[in-house]
Structures are given as structure tokens and as C-alpha cells.
Design a protein around this ligand. Structure first.
Ligand code: SAM
Length: 185
């Protein structure tokens, strides 16, 4: 496993659960941007302690959410929080930093919040996202003001288009934003 030294330390997971974060991006706003349906199958990469995961899982009453993080400690924290809320439609996977042990064309949505800048093998991840998304599915990448690893929107667009994604929607402003891409045929 390759764990980049820039990875957000799990010891500080509590800092990702501060409600003040809602000012920049709330779980509710993210859900709107993800265009989720009750039956969607979603993959969240880099959920940390699950600040966004709980709300997303609660929407997917006929679907499921897979959360995949490179730090098992983050998954443990997220699992405790989600179990407490009775959310049983969630699966937990540890990432190895390169490839995902998940089937082709199995997700309607793949999303990341404040993660992409920490990923060492960005091109490999992008091609994995394309492999795992269903045709017409949405890859949604959010970046948040104040994150030292925040990626510029134009770099994200270049990266995603290099992997064959079609950019179709920008939400937010120049400091905190969500870029949505579709997987075409
Ligand atoms: C800044 S935190 C953001 C957590 C969460 N998305 C949020 O906004 O609250 C970044 C998270 O990405 C995870 N991460 C970093 N590199 C990763 C990789 N290559 N694969 C999966 N997760 C990764 C870290 O372990 C950490 O949980």
C-alpha cells in the first residue's frame, strides 16, 4: 500500500466533523449536486470520518453506499458514526492507493470531497473511476477553501478529460466548488 505523507491524519478526524463546515459545503447541498436517487449505488472515495457519508446513505433507501478510504482508522470512525445512526446500507473498503477491488460499471455516482489533492496516483484513480462508473453515471469532485491540498478546477478538468470524462456542471465559486463529469459511451 502507498500512503502519501500528505494524507490527512486520522488523529485529527474530529476537525472534519465541525458543523461550521456547512458554510462551505453542507451534506444537503452536496446531495443536491450529486443528483442522487433513492435507488442510486454510490461510491465515496476518501470519506474520512463520514461527515458527508451519513446524509448520503440516508437518502439511498433502495440503493447502497460504498465508502473507501486509504486509512482503516478513518473507516473505523466512520463506521461507528454510521452504525449509531442505524445506516445498514453502507459497505466499507480500504483502498491500496492504486486500484479498487470493485466490479466494472457498478456505480451510478462516484464522489470525493477534499480528497483528490491527497491522492498520489491520480491518473490510476481516474481510470478506475471510469471503469467502475456505469455509462451515464456521474463523477463528482468537490474542493473546499482552506484545504492545503485543494486542486485547481482547471487541473481537475484536465485530469478527468484525460481519463475520458465529459465535464458538464460547475457549482459553487472560485474558493469552494464541485465539478461534475459524466461517463459517456
Ligand atoms: C481531508 S480528508 C477529507 C475527508 C472527507 N471527504 C471530508 O471532506 O470530510 C481526506 C481523506 O482522504 C483520504 N485519502 C487520501 N488519499 C487517499 C487515497 N489515495 N485513497 C483513498 N482515500 C484517500 C484520507 O485518508 C482522508 O480520510
Amino acid at each position: 500500500m502507498s500512503r502519501d505523507k500528505r494524507v490527512f491524519p486520522h488523529k485529527f478526524a474530529f476537525a472534519l466533523l465541525i458543523p461550521l463546515r456547512n458554510v462551505l459545503l453542507s451534506p444537503r447541498r452536496l446531495i443536491e449536486r450529486l443528483e442522487l436517487k433513492e435507488s442510486s449505488n454510490a461510491l465515496e472515495v476518501g470519506p474520512g470520518p463520514g461527515y458527508f457519508s451519513a446524509k448520503v446513505a440516508s437518502i439511498l433507501t433502495r440503493g447502497r453506499l460504498v465508502i473507501a478510504d486509504i486509512q482503516p482508522e478513518m473507516l473505523d470512525i466512520a463506521k461507528k458514526r454510521l452504525d449509531k445512526r442505524g445506516l445498514s446500507n453502507v459497505e466499507y473498503r480500504q483502498c491500496d492507493g492504486r486500484a479498487f477491488d470493485l466490479p466494472d460499471s457498478s456505480f451510478d455516482r462516484i464522489f470525493l470531497v477534499a480528497v483528490m489533492g491527497e491522492v498520489e496516483n491520480k491518473e490510476s484513480y481516474m481510470s478506475e473511476f471510469r471503469r467502475m462508473l456505469k455509462t451515464g453515471g456521474i463523477l463528482s469532485i468537490s474542493e473546499i477553501a482552506g484545504d492545503p491540498d485543494k486542486m485547481p478546477a482547471d487541473s481537475l478538468r484536465r485530469l478527468a478529460s484525460g481519463a475520458g470524462f465529459n465535464f458538464y456542471r460547475f457549482y459553487g465559486n472560485k474558493w469552494s466548488y464541485t465539478l461534475n463529469f459524466r461517463k459517456g459511451i
